[in-house]
Design a protein around this ligand. Sequence first.
Ligand code: GLN
Length: 301
Amino acid sequence: MRIADALTAARAMGVARLDAQWLLEHLLGRPRSWLLAHDDTELTTAQAADLQAGLARRAAGEPLAYVVGEREFRGLTLQVTPAVLVPRPETELLVDWALEHLPPGAALDVVDLGTGSGAIALALQHERPQARVLASDASAEALAIAQGNAKRLGLAVAFVQGDWWAPLPGRRYALAVSNPPYVAGDDPHLAALTHEPRIALTPEGDGLTAIRRIVAGAPAHLLPGAWLLLEHGHDQADAVQQLLRDAGFEAVQTRNDLAGLPRCTGARLPGEKWCHSAAPHTDGYRGLPHTGGCTPRHAGA
Ligand code: GLN
Protein backbone atom coordinates (compact mmCIF):
# COMPACT_ATOMS: atom_id res chain seq x y z
CA MET A 1 0.00 0.00 0.00
CA ARG A 2 1.31 3.46 -0.95
CA ILE A 3 1.04 6.51 1.32
CA ALA A 4 -1.55 8.03 -1.01
CA ASP A 5 -3.66 4.85 -0.81
CA ALA A 6 -3.35 4.84 2.99
CA LEU A 7 -4.74 8.36 3.16
CA THR A 8 -7.64 7.36 0.92
CA ALA A 9 -8.31 4.33 3.15
CA ALA A 10 -8.25 6.60 6.21
CA ARG A 11 -10.90 8.82 4.68
CA ALA A 12 -13.08 5.81 3.99
CA MET A 13 -12.80 4.93 7.70
CA GLY A 14 -13.92 8.43 8.67
CA VAL A 15 -10.52 9.58 9.96
CA ALA A 16 -9.63 13.20 9.21
CA ARG A 17 -6.81 13.63 6.72
CA LEU A 18 -4.68 15.63 9.18
CA ASP A 19 -5.06 12.92 11.81
CA ALA A 20 -4.07 10.22 9.33
CA GLN A 21 -1.06 12.26 8.28
CA TRP A 22 -0.05 12.74 11.90
CA LEU A 23 -0.24 8.97 12.43
CA LEU A 24 1.88 8.39 9.35
CA GLU A 25 4.42 11.00 10.46
CA HIS A 26 4.83 9.07 13.70
CA LEU A 27 4.93 5.70 12.09
CA LEU A 28 7.49 6.66 9.47
CA GLY A 29 9.42 9.22 11.50
CA ARG A 30 9.05 11.72 8.65
CA PRO A 31 7.57 15.24 8.58
CA ARG A 32 4.35 15.99 6.75
CA SER A 33 6.23 17.75 3.95
CA TRP A 34 8.07 14.49 3.26
CA LEU A 35 4.81 12.51 3.19
CA LEU A 36 3.33 14.92 0.67
CA ALA A 37 6.38 14.84 -1.58
CA HIS A 38 6.71 11.04 -1.40
CA ASP A 39 3.13 9.85 -1.39
CA ASP A 40 3.93 7.07 -3.85
CA THR A 41 6.20 5.40 -1.25
CA GLU A 42 5.15 1.83 -0.46
CA LEU A 43 4.48 1.06 3.22
CA THR A 44 5.95 -2.18 4.53
CA THR A 45 3.46 -4.82 5.64
CA ALA A 46 4.25 -4.03 9.29
CA GLN A 47 3.79 -0.27 8.74
CA ALA A 48 0.49 -0.84 6.95
CA ALA A 49 -0.73 -3.06 9.82
CA ASP A 50 0.33 -0.49 12.47
CA LEU A 51 -1.37 2.26 10.52
CA GLN A 52 -4.52 0.22 10.20
CA ALA A 53 -4.58 -0.38 13.99
CA GLY A 54 -4.04 3.32 14.72
CA LEU A 55 -6.72 4.39 12.25
CA ALA A 56 -9.20 1.95 13.80
CA ARG A 57 -8.55 3.41 17.28
CA ARG A 58 -8.95 6.94 15.97
CA ALA A 59 -12.11 5.99 14.07
CA ALA A 60 -13.51 4.65 17.37
CA GLY A 61 -13.08 8.09 18.90
CA GLU A 62 -9.86 7.66 20.84
CA PRO A 63 -7.93 10.94 21.13
CA LEU A 64 -5.08 11.06 18.64
CA ALA A 65 -2.70 11.84 21.51
CA TYR A 66 -3.34 8.40 23.00
CA VAL A 67 -3.02 6.69 19.64
CA VAL A 68 0.41 8.20 18.97
CA GLY A 69 1.27 8.25 22.70
CA GLU A 70 2.27 11.88 22.90
CA ARG A 71 1.10 15.46 22.79
CA GLU A 72 2.90 18.76 22.40
CA PHE A 73 2.38 21.33 25.16
CA ARG A 74 4.21 24.66 25.06
CA GLY A 75 6.92 23.18 22.90
CA LEU A 76 7.44 20.14 25.14
CA THR A 77 6.64 16.67 23.86
CA LEU A 78 4.78 14.88 26.64
CA GLN A 79 4.06 11.19 26.79
CA VAL A 80 0.35 10.64 27.42
CA THR A 81 -1.63 7.49 28.08
CA PRO A 82 -5.28 6.96 29.07
CA ALA A 83 -4.10 7.39 32.70
CA VAL A 84 -3.88 11.15 32.16
CA LEU A 85 -5.99 13.89 30.61
CA VAL A 86 -4.75 14.97 27.19
CA PRO A 87 -3.20 18.43 27.71
CA ARG A 88 -5.43 21.10 26.14
CA PRO A 89 -4.28 24.25 24.35
CA GLU A 90 -6.43 26.40 26.67
CA THR A 91 -4.30 25.29 29.61
CA GLU A 92 -1.37 27.13 28.04
CA LEU A 93 -3.19 30.30 29.12
CA LEU A 94 -2.77 29.21 32.73
CA VAL A 95 0.96 28.72 32.14
CA ASP A 96 1.26 32.19 30.56
CA TRP A 97 -0.43 33.73 33.56
CA ALA A 98 1.71 31.78 36.05
CA LEU A 99 4.88 32.93 34.29
CA GLU A 100 3.85 36.55 34.89
CA HIS A 101 4.14 35.80 38.60
CA LEU A 102 7.45 33.98 38.33
CA PRO A 103 10.25 36.47 37.74
CA PRO A 104 13.07 34.88 35.72
CA GLY A 105 15.88 33.88 38.02
CA ALA A 106 13.80 33.80 41.20
CA ALA A 107 14.05 30.60 43.24
CA LEU A 108 10.39 30.51 44.22
CA ASP A 109 8.39 27.52 45.44
CA VAL A 110 5.60 26.73 43.02
CA VAL A 111 3.00 23.98 43.22
CA ASP A 112 0.83 22.38 40.53
CA LEU A 113 -2.11 20.50 42.07
CA GLY A 114 -3.46 17.53 40.11
CA THR A 115 -0.65 17.56 37.58
CA GLY A 116 -1.78 14.62 35.38
CA SER A 117 0.80 14.29 32.60
CA GLY A 118 2.84 17.01 34.36
CA ALA A 119 2.09 19.50 31.58
CA ILE A 120 1.77 22.67 33.66
CA ALA A 121 4.54 21.86 36.14
CA LEU A 122 6.97 20.83 33.41
CA ALA A 123 6.22 23.89 31.27
CA LEU A 124 6.84 26.17 34.26
CA GLN A 125 10.05 24.39 35.20
CA HIS A 126 11.22 24.52 31.59
CA GLU A 127 10.55 28.23 31.27
CA ARG A 128 11.75 29.15 34.78
CA PRO A 129 14.69 26.84 35.54
CA GLN A 130 15.36 28.53 38.89
CA ALA A 131 11.85 27.89 40.25
CA ARG A 132 11.36 24.97 42.63
CA VAL A 133 8.35 23.25 41.14
CA LEU A 134 6.42 20.59 43.03
CA ALA A 135 3.49 18.71 41.53
CA SER A 136 0.87 16.53 43.18
CA ASP A 137 -1.61 14.02 41.85
CA ALA A 138 -3.91 11.50 43.52
CA SER A 139 -3.25 8.92 40.81
CA ALA A 140 -0.09 6.80 41.05
CA GLU A 141 -0.46 5.95 37.36
CA ALA A 142 -0.60 9.61 36.41
CA LEU A 143 2.43 10.39 38.56
CA ALA A 144 4.39 7.65 36.82
CA ILE A 145 3.63 9.30 33.47
CA ALA A 146 4.50 12.76 34.80
CA GLN A 147 7.75 11.50 36.32
CA GLY A 148 8.67 9.79 33.07
CA ASN A 149 8.06 13.05 31.22
CA ALA A 150 10.20 14.98 33.70
CA LYS A 151 13.03 12.49 33.32
CA ARG A 152 12.90 12.43 29.53
CA LEU A 153 12.85 16.22 29.40
CA GLY A 154 15.55 16.59 32.06
CA LEU A 155 13.35 18.81 34.23
CA ALA A 156 13.78 18.66 38.01
CA VAL A 157 10.13 18.85 39.06
CA ALA A 158 9.41 17.05 42.36
CA PHE A 159 6.27 14.89 42.64
CA VAL A 160 4.08 13.79 45.53
CA GLN A 161 1.04 11.55 45.56
CA GLY A 162 -2.22 12.60 47.18
CA ASP A 163 -5.33 14.75 46.96
CA TRP A 164 -4.78 18.45 46.33
CA TRP A 165 -2.92 19.98 49.28
CA ALA A 166 -2.97 16.84 51.46
CA PRO A 167 0.44 15.38 50.53
CA LEU A 168 2.35 18.64 50.46
CA PRO A 169 5.16 19.36 52.85
CA GLY A 170 4.39 22.06 55.42
CA ARG A 171 5.97 24.76 53.31
CA ARG A 172 4.24 27.87 51.96
CA TYR A 173 4.24 28.43 48.23
CA ALA A 174 4.74 31.63 46.27
CA LEU A 175 2.41 30.45 43.52
CA ALA A 176 -0.15 27.65 43.12
CA VAL A 177 -1.72 26.55 39.84
CA SER A 178 -4.23 23.87 39.02
CA ASN A 179 -6.28 22.50 36.16
CA PRO A 180 -8.54 20.32 38.30
CA PRO A 181 -11.51 18.21 37.19
CA TYR A 182 -14.33 20.70 36.78
CA VAL A 183 -16.93 19.24 34.42
CA ALA A 184 -20.28 18.68 36.19
CA GLY A 185 -21.12 15.01 36.74
CA ASP A 186 -24.21 15.18 34.52
CA ASP A 187 -22.65 17.29 31.75
CA PRO A 188 -23.55 15.67 28.39
CA HIS A 189 -20.10 16.76 27.16
CA LEU A 190 -18.62 13.84 29.17
CA ALA A 191 -20.13 11.37 26.71
CA ALA A 192 -17.60 12.50 24.11
CA LEU A 193 -14.69 12.17 26.54
CA THR A 194 -15.02 8.54 27.59
CA HIS A 195 -11.46 7.66 26.61
CA GLU A 196 -9.98 10.03 29.19
CA PRO A 197 -9.91 9.30 32.93
CA ARG A 198 -13.25 10.39 34.37
CA ILE A 199 -11.57 11.34 37.63
CA ALA A 200 -9.46 13.91 35.74
CA LEU A 201 -12.51 15.44 34.05
CA THR A 202 -15.18 15.59 36.71
CA PRO A 203 -15.34 15.69 40.49
CA GLU A 204 -19.02 14.69 39.95
CA GLY A 205 -21.82 16.85 41.41
CA ASP A 206 -21.84 20.46 40.22
CA GLY A 207 -18.24 20.29 39.00
CA LEU A 208 -16.87 22.61 41.67
CA THR A 209 -15.92 20.17 44.44
CA ALA A 210 -12.23 20.03 43.57
CA ILE A 211 -11.98 23.79 43.13
CA ARG A 212 -13.71 24.30 46.50
CA ARG A 213 -11.12 22.08 48.18
CA ILE A 214 -8.20 23.77 46.48
CA VAL A 215 -9.44 27.24 47.39
CA ALA A 216 -10.27 26.22 50.97
CA GLY A 217 -6.78 24.82 51.54
CA ALA A 218 -4.90 27.60 49.79
CA PRO A 219 -4.59 30.22 52.56
CA ALA A 220 -2.80 27.72 54.83
CA HIS A 221 -0.33 26.77 52.08
CA LEU A 222 0.46 30.06 50.37
CA LEU A 223 2.76 32.91 51.29
CA PRO A 224 1.24 36.35 51.86
CA GLY A 225 0.85 38.01 48.47
CA ALA A 226 0.96 34.67 46.63
CA TRP A 227 -1.30 33.94 43.67
CA LEU A 228 -3.62 31.02 43.13
CA LEU A 229 -4.51 30.44 39.46
CA LEU A 230 -7.22 27.97 38.43
CA GLU A 231 -8.60 26.65 35.17
CA HIS A 232 -12.35 26.05 35.18
CA GLY A 233 -15.42 25.51 33.01
CA HIS A 234 -16.67 28.24 30.68
CA ASP A 235 -19.66 28.91 32.96
CA GLN A 236 -17.91 28.71 36.33
CA ALA A 237 -16.03 32.02 36.51
CA ASP A 238 -18.58 33.76 38.78
CA ALA A 239 -18.72 30.82 41.18
CA VAL A 240 -14.93 30.50 41.33
CA GLN A 241 -14.55 34.25 41.88
CA GLN A 242 -17.00 34.05 44.78
CA LEU A 243 -15.17 31.10 46.33
CA LEU A 244 -11.91 33.04 46.20
CA ARG A 245 -13.44 36.15 47.76
CA ASP A 246 -15.08 34.09 50.49
CA ALA A 247 -11.69 32.54 51.29
CA GLY A 248 -10.20 36.02 51.76
CA PHE A 249 -8.41 36.42 48.42
CA GLU A 250 -8.06 39.82 46.76
CA ALA A 251 -7.48 41.05 43.20
CA VAL A 252 -9.85 38.34 41.98
CA GLN A 253 -9.86 38.23 38.17
CA THR A 254 -10.74 36.02 35.21
CA ARG A 255 -9.04 35.57 31.85
CA ASN A 256 -10.53 34.29 28.60
CA ASP A 257 -9.10 31.51 26.50
CA LEU A 258 -8.43 31.83 22.77
CA ALA A 259 -12.05 30.88 22.09
CA GLY A 260 -13.08 33.93 24.13
CA LEU A 261 -14.46 31.82 26.98
CA PRO A 262 -13.77 32.74 30.62
CA ARG A 263 -11.38 29.89 31.38
CA CYS A 264 -9.00 30.82 34.22
CA THR A 265 -9.58 32.69 37.44
CA GLY A 266 -6.89 33.84 39.81
CA ALA A 267 -6.48 35.86 42.95
CA ARG A 268 -3.87 36.95 45.46
CA LEU A 269 -3.66 36.34 49.16
CA PRO A 270 -3.49 39.59 51.07
CA GLY A 271 -0.33 40.53 52.87
CA GLU A 272 3.12 41.88 52.22
CA LYS A 273 4.59 40.34 49.12
CA TRP A 274 6.87 37.40 49.77
CA CYS A 275 10.47 37.48 48.87
CA HIS A 276 12.31 34.62 47.25
CA SER A 277 15.54 34.80 49.15
CA ALA A 278 17.49 36.56 51.86
CA ALA A 279 20.34 37.12 49.41
CA PRO A 280 20.73 40.42 47.53
CA HIS A 281 19.01 40.37 44.19
CA THR A 282 21.12 39.93 41.11
CA ASP A 283 21.12 42.34 38.19
CA GLY A 284 18.82 40.23 36.06
CA TYR A 285 16.23 40.20 38.77
CA ARG A 286 12.87 41.84 38.05
CA GLY A 287 9.31 41.71 39.10
CA LEU A 288 9.25 41.97 42.87
CA PRO A 289 9.09 45.22 44.81
CA HIS A 290 12.38 44.80 46.73
CA THR A 291 15.50 46.18 45.15
CA GLY A 292 18.23 46.02 47.75
CA GLY A 293 17.88 42.44 48.85
CA CYS A 294 15.48 41.10 51.43
CA THR A 295 15.91 41.17 55.13
CA PRO A 296 15.56 37.88 56.97
CA ARG A 297 12.22 39.21 58.17
CA HIS A 298 10.88 38.79 54.64
CA ALA A 299 12.72 35.69 53.64
CA GLY A 300 10.40 32.76 53.27
CA ALA A 301 7.82 34.47 55.47
N1 GLN B 1 -11.41 21.36 29.31
C1 GLN B 1 -11.68 19.97 29.38
C2 GLN B 1 -12.89 19.64 28.57
O1 GLN B 1 -13.97 20.08 28.86
C3 GLN B 1 -11.83 19.50 30.80
C4 GLN B 1 -10.56 19.63 31.54
C5 GLN B 1 -10.73 19.49 33.01
O2 GLN B 1 -11.70 18.98 33.52
N2 GLN B 1 -9.77 19.98 33.72
O3 GLN B 1 -12.76 18.95 27.59
